[in-house]
Design a protein around this ligand. Structure first.
Ligand code: FSA
Length: 433
């Protein structure tokens, strides 16, 4: 059946990045029977996008990423639902290790090949870096090199999803939050070949023409994705600046170092977020997602929204402190708070998984963010809608196809396989498993 504006469409994970964007593009195209479902209201408190800030930048990894970056950049700049949330502070990528410097050079090469070389500035030593970003400290960056992206910056992530939620309300989109918005299983036709709707955790049955599962890191726990997605946690902590310190750091570019991590300028309350960089943490359990014949090891996220006293592993305190010592040495003794895990889901090749389920017609997956998708908030839903309408361009269809044999999602394209939280003490602050 082709899609018409009256078709009913359920979007699970609709309070997060890919789900809310899908609802937005459907609503903007005139679809009138859309229901957004999530465990928490928009912006869902357990979405990776429910965050102070995310990095804004261009990905040139392949033609699809390049096109998406270009489209997203246009909407972050010009669409009133998004533009207030793009903070163009610029972004500095910098590094001191030989491998990191090599990666910076490759980035410049790619930019040159794409005709974008003129948009960045190569910084050949720590003096040039500090001239660009005076908040950094010369003595902590011996031999570092950098690239300055004047067009980059950061996105006020939760606020941007909230803005999408407000627009969805104006379009008359229906919402189900809480247990009645939590995905339990699809309703399948008698022969099991077609999805006719979904059942929520509280037993509510929703009949629908299409079901979209955009549940981010929770997706592989809900339906069997045959190891295509491996959910992993990354970590962050906050620190509080005084008003005088805020004055000095206001407008500071996002500073990213692939060995150490990154930080953002203070928000309106003087809070700086700091992250380390590492291959993520899994949380393997025996678990049986819908469609799997029996329980199997699945990395199951643990929601910070549901477990607000959880922090992060002791090992993360060491690496976050290390990032602070390099980027913000004067704050190395500042108290940290809001230490948290933030869950994303990696595919083996770091491409999204946006495709109809091969066994259940009309059941569509929109997941596999691979830790780099928040910047696509304004635009990714447009392409999910194209998939629903059967007009998705061929290179996207190929990149985002169902591909269980495409490699090891636990390793993905990262420096190493993710460690498991079971080996890492310090993060779990209550007894509930
Ligand atoms: O520009 C970017 O896509 C940064 S993504 C930020 C991050 O924390 C990664 O550093 C991490 O490795 C993971 O992908 C989650 O997102």
């Amino acid at each position: 059946m082709t899609l018409s504006p009256d078709c009913s469409i359920l979007i699970f994970g609709g309070g997060g990045t890919i789900g809310s964007s899908t609802a937005l593009h459907l609503a903007r195209k005139g679809y009138r029977n859309i229901r957004v479902l999530d465990v928490y209201p928009i912006p869902s408190a357990q979405s990776a996008g429910n965050d102070l800030n995310k990095i804004m930048g261009t990905s040139l990894r392949n033609p699809v990423d390049k096109q998406l970056s270009h489209e997203a950049n246009d909407m972050w700049s010009n669409d009133p639902t998004f533009s207030p949330y793009f903070h163009r502070t610029g972004r500095l990528d910098c590094c001191g290790s030989p491998e990191g410097i090599e990666d910076l050079r490759l980035t410049v090469e790619k930019l040159n090949d794409a005709g974008l070389g003129h948009t960045v500035e190569w910084l050949d030593n720590e003096h040039e870096i500090v001239k660009r970003v005076p908040q950094l400290s010369l003595s902590e960056m011996p031999g570092w090199k950098g690239i300055f992206f004047a067009d980059g910056g950061w996105l006020a992530a939760a606020k941007a999803i909230d803005s999408v939620g407000r627009e969805l309300g104006q379009h008359g989109v229906k919402f189900s939050f809480g247990e009645s918005g939590a995905f339990e299983r699809p309703i399948l036709s008698e022969d099991g070949s077609t999805c006719l709707g979904a059942v929520a955790r509280d037993g509510t049955q929703y009949r629908a023409d299409r079901v979209v599962l955009a549940s981010g890191a929770w997706s592989p726990t809900l339906v069997d994705l045959e190891e295509q997605c491996c959910s992993k946690a990354w970590v962050y902590a906050h620190m509080q600046l005084t008003p005088e310190e805020v004055e000095e750091y206001k407008g500071c570019p996002v500073v990213y170092n692939e060995d150490l991590g990154f930080f953002f300028e203070p928000n309106e309350y003087g809070v700086i977020k700091v992250c380390d960089e590492f291959p993520g943490f899994t949380r393997y359990k025996m678990h049986q997602p819908f469609g799997a014949p029996s329980p199997k090891p699945v990395s199951v996220p643990r929601s910070h929204a549901k477990h607000p006293t959880d922090t992060y592993p002791d090992a993360s305190e060491v690496t976050i402190r290390k990032a602070i010592a390099a980027f913000l040495p004067r704050f190395k003794d500042k108290k940290l708070f809001n230490r948290s895990l933030c869950w994303c889901t990696d595919t083996a090749d770091a491409n999204l998984l946006i495709t109809e389920h091969p066994r259940w017609k009309n059941f569509v997956l929109a997941t596999g963010d691979s830790g780099h998708s928040f910047k696509l908030l304004p635009v990714i839903g447009k392409h999910v809608v194209e998939l629903l309408e059967g007009t998705l361009q061929e290179d996207m269809r190929q990149a985002w196809r169902w591909r269980p044999d495409s490699g090891d999602a636990r390793k993905s394209t990262r420096a190493a396989r993710a460690k498991d939280l079971s080996e890492l003490p310090g993060w779990n602050h209550d007894s509930e498993k």
